[in-house]
Write a protein of this length. Structure first.
Length: 133
């Protein structure tokens, strides 16, 4: 995974790194992560496997919801696939905080392609743990 000044959590995120994800923006409550779809990320119809689109959105969600020194994890997430893509497509996931109260948070992630078309809409629900980072 490339990017400048990656947080420790991302330095240890081998899954995202192995998929070639790039952190474009990392701010409290908001993040942008991109990924180029490889041939080995396509399904039997030669379109991007939904699991990889979900993983990209989930990584952006993880960055956005880990806003402070507390460890925050996913309590649940849903995704709606809107448009299919193919190998070579550059996908970008933009995550934004919608609400955060106590230990719970809600974050929306929009995944787009290089033309700006929406590929998927993801909603993640976070839970802040009491574990130290």
């Amino acid at each position: 995974m490339s990017g400048t000044e990656l947080r420790e959590m991302m330095q240890h995120d081998l899954a995202s790194a192995s998929l070639g994800m790039i952190v474009e923006r990392d701010e409290p409550g908001e993040s942008v992560v991109s990924m180029t779809v490889r041939e080995d990320m396509t399904n039997g119809f030669r379109i991007t496997h939904g699991g990889f689109v979900f993983t990209l959105a989930d990584t952006a969600f993880a960055l956005a919801c880990n806003e402070d020194d507390a460890v925050t994890v996913a309590a649940g997430a849903d995704i709606v696939f809107v448009k299919s893509t193919r190998a070579g497509a550059v996908l970008t996931a933009h995550a934004r905080r919608r609400s955060r109260s106590g230990r719970a948070g809600v974050y929306d992630v929009t995944v787009t392609d290089a033309t700006g078309d929406t590929v998927a809409e993801f909603r993640g629900r976070s839970l802040t743990t009491r574990r130290p980072t």
